[in-house]
Design a protein. Structure first.
Length: 411
């Protein structure tokens, strides 16, 4: 089992203003008495299996502390951090640098990934055996493993170690220099496009390898209708596969694009037909979970328009309000279905222990998404200015208060 954070600061919590304040070691009934009212809703701690906290190596984008604080602000008490770091966690010594930071600065349970290949270069397998006891799974997220034989060997090793292969599906030979979806907006505005085939073609290859190796496999951030159907058929065939999508692929498509780096992510926003297929996938259970792919960058890195900005947006602090507002309140899915996608299914698939962690929400409260209120160092979100319902008032992890929103109007 992966090492989880057992050293959340005992005497510190963070209130809605972002100021650290001293609290009691263990919560008493007095601490949260403000929220002892039918007006508030308690949810189990959400679990996100796909986040980027950027440390070690890129702390100007995000740190373990700011990333985990952003997670707590969004009601998350468990996250899995991707390995595109410096150093890449491809051996025990490199992983230790990350684990030390998690123990020192983590506010919630943080489960790191190990990389599939050395340096995420797609050629030589990482020290998977040495990493296995302390990582949640193996992924080269951000890069698809291009060589079929390398992925085959990784799957065989992962099966021996009883670990998941978690794949970013992208065939580099099909990218053609694109950076948004190869669709109508790209053609009208003279942008090179990323074809859907670059995702689903490699997913198709991986599923054939799963059939061959018997590996347990999870597909990251699927975005195309073909990917949904491939996963659906794989499950019918009895393969040990699951997948995730992200809030932005469920709520946006290429018709929402504007010339702003806030709308650039990988995979890109696809067509309305792709979005409809993803919605159908969460309704019928083909898609197992929703992960944010929280990927913070500096303001400057996201200020260069669609062509020059870095890929990636933030999402931990907006995920539940967006999904609750535009899926549950619009009767697309039920609240029970949403909790399976955010809590039950990710914990079950990734064998993350169920806990007594929880968050307290005011579902009556409406507001407009304001990146200046984020605890993350990243500010880029395509949902800036969107009206949502539901504010996280408090989050408790391991009996410690890790988020407390300022209570207004005397409530």
């Amino acid at each position: 089992m992966a090492v989880e954070n057992q050293n959340v600061p005992m005497l510190d919590a963070v209130c809605g203003s972002g100021v650290r304040v001293s609290i009691m070691n263990r919560l008493s009934s007095v601490d949260l008495c403000t929220f002892d009212s039918p007006e508030y809703t308690i949810f189990p701690g959400f679990c996100d299996v796909h986040v980027h906290f950027r440390e070690p190596g890129f702390s100007y984008k995000e740190t373990i502390f700011t990333g985990s604080l952003a997670a707590a602000h969004g009601g998350y008490t468990a996250v899995c951090t991707m390995p595109n770091l410096d150093p890449v966690p491809d051996n025990k010594a490199h992983l230790k640098e990350q684990l030390d930071l998690i123990r020192e600065d983590g506010m919630i349970h943080i489960y790191p990934y190990g990389s599939i290949t050395v340096g995420q270069q797609g050629e030589e397998l990482s020290d998977m055996k040495g990493l296995a006891p302390q990582v949640i799974a193996f992924s080269d997220d951000g890069k698809g493993v291009q060589q079929t034989d390398v992925m085959r060997r990784a799957m065989r090793k992962a099966r021996q170690l009883n670990k998941l292969i978690v794949a970013h599906c992208e065939d580099n030979s099909l990218l053609g220099g694109g950076y948004i979806h190869d669709g109508e907006y790209a053609r009208q505005n003279h942008h090179p496009g990323i074809p859907s085939e670059s995702e689903w073609r490699q997913l198709q290859r991986d599923l054939e390898l799963v059939q061959e190796t018997g590996c347990a496999y999870h597909a990251c951030h699927i975005s195309t209708r073909e990917s949904v159907e491939l996963i659906r058929q794989a499950k019918r065939d009895g393969l040990n596969v699951t997948c995730e999508t992200a809030p932005h692929y469920l709520l946006l498509d290429e018709t929402d694009l504007i010339e702003d780096g806030r709308f650039k992510m990988n995979p890109p926003l696809r067509s309305p037909a792709d979005r409809a297929a993803l919605i159908a996938g969460i309704q019928d259970g083909t898609i197992d979970m929703i992960a944010t792919d929280h990927a913070p960058h500096s303001r400057e890195e996201k200020s260069r328009g669609l062509d020059g900005s870095a890929f990636g947006i933030v999402g931990l602090e907006t995920a539940f309000p967006l999904l609750y507002t535009y899926l549950v309140k619009e009767d697309v899915i039920t609240l029970e279905q949403l909790l399976k996608l955010l809590v039950t299914n990710p914990r079950k698939r990734f064998r993350i222990p169920a806990t007594t962690d929880f968050s307290i929400w005011d579902l009556r409260q409406s507001y407009f998404i304001d990146p200046d209120s984020f605890q993350s160092q990243g500010r880029a979100t395509p949902f800036e200015g969107r009206r949502v319902w539901g504010k996280c008032m408090a989050t408790v992890c391991d009996n410690r208060l890790v988020w407390l929103e300022k209570v207004r109007n005397g409530k």
